[in-house]
Design a protein around this ligand. Structure first.
Ligand code: TNX
Length: 682
């Protein structure tokens, strides 16, 4: 038995292991019951684990119709989440049991020594075995196990393939405790369902923080009620959402689509928090202060005092709504009691519905505030906001502008995005940590290239694709701010130009996945070429899961196929739906019978690369009749804002007699996929 340690072989063999043999390895055995060692792409694990030992000549784990997940009560919720994924795609029952011994066909999840968030995972012919010290570690292990199985495991409907993993032993733990993505729902709202969809995909790559930018100049997205108001507080907080929940960006969208309006009730927010919590993601809400506050000033007359950016008049008691992308003009009055009353009430309610230890208070781009009052006044004002956060038993996050505020202390974090880095050591000297979000290589709202139809260019222009976002060390950005001073990394997705879940995911993926690996994997184990080859197998997973992403030309996307079992009636011509092809970067030729890469660099969407130079299929029906050509239909065509959705393979046929037929889809690249059709009497 030969073994290979990934940690030492990564550079030499990473490409080979990562890519596998994309076309041949996607083929499955003629007899669907036969045990073959096939995965779409063995060891295309992202983020890359600390240590992976591959047993080249051994069989791995095979999930079968009788497979169970055997665990203890403490790990049951984690097991149930894994079971949900497996049930949907395999159609197997996958019961979760908390007693009895695990068999070779089972997945065992149990408690055992492991570093914080870490785990060990062994997949072999005697079963899949996960041990972790906490449910969080076990959850991380289940994400790795998903990636050891074929991409089709992400399918929302049941498909058939060989559900086998390579034989591996993995032990794993993260570099940074904080691995975040920010989503700006203030400029353009996303519904709870949209947000949960993205959270679900982020969790699969071990992102564990989602920072929600819920208030900015253009809109206010979180319900604040009047309950628990301080004595003498005349503010009607329900106006925040009844007035500024109805405003959003009015410009900047693709084909002029306006920003989406709306807000989260506190119950919506709680349900988002719970959903994220079950995937070990902490939600960090941000109320941006003292700037970026026009939506608050638009809703609440009491804030429009002479020292704020808008002074109330009889004609204009509140600041006008502003749906432009202008920044720096709005601010609260540091001398008005109403400002602090407002801040305390809002943060108190937010703290009450946020189980996590962090509230983000913004602090960025208060240009007109600083111009009017000076930087010292800014620091003391933000310092009093930090005081409120601390009095609520929470720690504060803020953009790097807050680094010199007086109250900053251990537990707090400053998020570096741009500007003066010389202030960061002051924050760390006071005990705070740094979250690295350097604009030029972290901002998910930047265009991938000049042809990207949405996005901005101020922080990154030219090519801002996943290699640029991957290929830097957050510990080498600022002198004196190394691993010990950094709590982690976060990639922000601002929404001046981004509308809704699908566009947001197009900007987020795959760049946030590059970030996920930057946050998780030791710097010495990271290599952009190796990452790229593993990412090429992640694309089909995103496709199978129904997530949108930019199928960048920097990866040569793999294209695995799985079959679907069909049924029909004898002597009736029927279009049978027989297969699922997950093929990022491809387009279907006009006649529907050929799939190939979208190489038209002249298009707005640019070129792409796929392992398929061209794929045609023939279907042999299993009843002795001549084979016919398969037809491809994509759930979503590749265009300037969408990767190719899952492609169905269909064929027209008339079975003469009832029965159960085993047919084969044969690809022009040599792959063969068996399917079964059950034909009832007419
Ligand atoms: C800067 S990053 C901002 C945001 C914008 C973003 C657009 C930061 C702390 N402030 O208000 O949305 O640029 O890229």
């Amino acid at each position: 038995m030969s073994t290979c340690r990934w940690s030492s072989y990564a550079l030499t063999f990473g490409l080979v292991l990562g890519l596998g043999t994309p076309v041949a390895s996607a083929a499955i055995a003629d007899d669907p019951g036969a045990e073959a060692q096939t995965a779409d792409s063995p060891l295309a694990l992202v983020p890359k684990p600390s240590s992976v030992e591959v047993k080249q000549n051994s069989r791995g784990y095979t999930l079968s119709p009788g497979s169970r997940i055997v665990t203890s009560n403490a790990y049951r919720p984690v097991a149930e989440l894994l079971a949900q994924t497996l049930r949907r795609s395999t159609g197997y029952r996958v019961p979760v049991v908390t007693s009895g011994r695990a068999r070779a066909s089972d997945i065992a999840i149990s408690r055992g020594d492991a570093p914080s968030e870490g785990y060990s995972l062994t997949a072999s012919s005697s079963g899949a075995k996960i041990t972790a010290a906490t449910p969080e570690g076990a959850f991380n292990a289940t994400q790795t196990l998903r990636q050891l199985l074929p991409a089709a495991v992400e399918s929302p409907t049941s498909v058939r393939t060989q559900w086998s993993t390579p034989a591996v032993t993995i032990s794993d733990a993260p570099r940074f405790a904080y691995r975040g993505v920010m989503i700006d729902v203030a400029r353009s709202f996303q519904t709870p369902a949209e947000l949960k969809n993205t959270i679900n995909t982020l969790a699969a790559y071990k992102i564990n923080r989602v920072h929600l930018h819920v208030a900015d100049d253009q809109g206010w997205r979180i319900q604040i009620t009047n309950s628990g108001k301080a004595a003498g507080d005349t503010i009607d907080y329900s106006r925040l959402t009844s007035v500024s929940g109805k405003t959003a960006m009015t410009e900047g969208g693709y084909q002029n689509e306006a920003g989406h309006t709306g807000f989260y009730t506190q119950d919506d927010y709680r349900s988002i928090v719970r959903y994220a919590q079950s995937r070990f993601i902490q939600i960090i809400p941000e109320i941006d202060l003292p700037g970026h506050t026009n939506a608050a000033l638009h809703a609440i007359p009491e804030l429009n005092t002479a020292g704020s950016s808008h002074t109330s008049t009889a004609q204009e008691p509140t600041a006008p709504a502003n749906g432009t992308g202008n920044v720096g003009y709005s601010y609260l009055d540091p001398d008005s009691a109403a400002s602090m009353t407002f801040i305390r009430h809002v943060l108190t309610q937010l703290a009450a519905i946020t189980p996590g230890n962090l509230l983000h208070v913004g602090g960025d781009e208060s240009h007109d505030f600083v111009a009017r009052y000076g930087k010292d006044r800014f620091n003391t004002f933000v310092g009093s906001v930090l005081g409120v956060v601390h009095s609520l038993g929470k720690s504060a996050d803020g953009w790097n502008e807050i680094s010199r505020t007086p109250e900053i202390t251990s537990g707090d974090q400053v998020q570096y995005w741009a500007g003066d880095t010389s202030t960061l050591p002051d924050a760390t000297a006071a005990g705070a940590k740094v979250i690295m979000s350097r604009g030029s290589s972290s901002y998910l709202d930047m265009k991938y290239n000049s042809k990207t139809p949405i996005g901005l260019t101020w922080a990154c222009s030219g090519i801002c694709d996943f290699p640029q976002y991957y290929n830097w060390d957050p510990a080498k950005v600022v002198n004196g701010i190394g691993d010990a001073e950094i709590s982690g990394v976060e990639a922000p997705m601002w929404s001046e130009t981004v509308r809704g879940q699908s566009q947001a995911q197009f900007m987020i993926f795959p760049r946030a996945i590059a970030f996920a690996e930057m946050g998780w994997t030791a710097q010495s184990q990271r290599d952009v070429g190796d990452f790229t080859s593993r990412l090429s197998a992640v694309g089909p997973r995103l496709t199978a899961a129904g997530a949108n992403f930019y199928d960048s030309p920097y990866a040569t996307w793999q294209a695995p196929i799985a079959s679907t079992d069909a049924s029909g009636v004898a002597r009736r011509q029927t279009t049978y739906d027989l297969g699922r092809l997950f093929a990022p970067g491809t387009v279907i030729a006009d006649n529907g019978q050929q799939v190939g890469p979208d190489t038209n660099a002249g298009d707005a969407d640019g070129a792409s690369a796929s392992v398929l130079t061209s794929l045609r299929t023939t279907i042999s029906w299993g009843d002795g009749t001549p084979s016919t050509a398969g037809t491809f239909t994509a759930a979503q065509a590749r265009d300037a804002l969408h990767s190719t959705g899952t492609i169905s393979v269909t064929g027209q046929h008339t079975y003469q007699k009832p029965g159960r037929y085993t047919g084969t889809i044969s690809g022009s690249d040599g792959r063969q996929v068996p399917f079964t059709v059950t034909v009832r009497p007419r």
